[in-house]
Ligand binder design. Sequence first.
Ligand code: TYD
Length: 208
Amino acid sequence: MPSSAVARGRFIVFEGGEGSGKSTQAELLAARLDAVLTREPGGTELGAQIRSILLASSDNGLADRAEALLMAADRAQHVEEFIEPALLAGRDVVCDRYIGSSVAYQGYGRGLDADMVRAISGWAAAGLWPDLTILLTVPEQVSLERTGGARDRIEAAGAEFHRRVAEGFLAQAEDEPEYWIQVDGTGSTQEVEQRVLAAVAEMLGEPE
Ligand code: TYD
């Protein structure tokens, strides 16, 4: 084996509803692991254009299946251009949302066939599944207090929609306990960070 061969990085994803604190925790974990931090939708330049359609500030008439396919298109570009090359170069990658969000929002939330959404996403991602998905859970009331109202068309989809999304995340975590871990997202940033670090150590071993 050539001496330049590097071990593939680890791919860690944060999932959760609005106001779950994912983005803050993704940033903290990436700093701790010296990992590359990225997010969906919009992790690439082309993805930023797709994101502006997906997260328009008001209803733009986007059909549910078109929404699912644009999420998948954003992911395909992100995996090929950014995530896979970083992993191959030996970097750990921390991503704020991934396939689990499509299953929860477009599947459970919008009511599309969740297995189909998952299959399309898996194809779009060329079969790249996370080594670990951390689901940050917070009660609905905490989420509402933290976000303080809707900022885009998905956040504005209503309480029932967001309850179905939460159910979709829990179902995935329960279905795949070897790849998903639930972390209580309530309390201070530091308290949640400690829980996240413990979860990563439990699932993937101590950070080097
Ligand atoms: P964003 O502004 O990035 O913030 P946050 O992740 O903190 O909520 O919002 C991304 C939105 O896109 C969010 O409402 C969830 C939604 N989304 C989907 O519906 N499906 C997906 O596959 C992804 C990646 C995101």
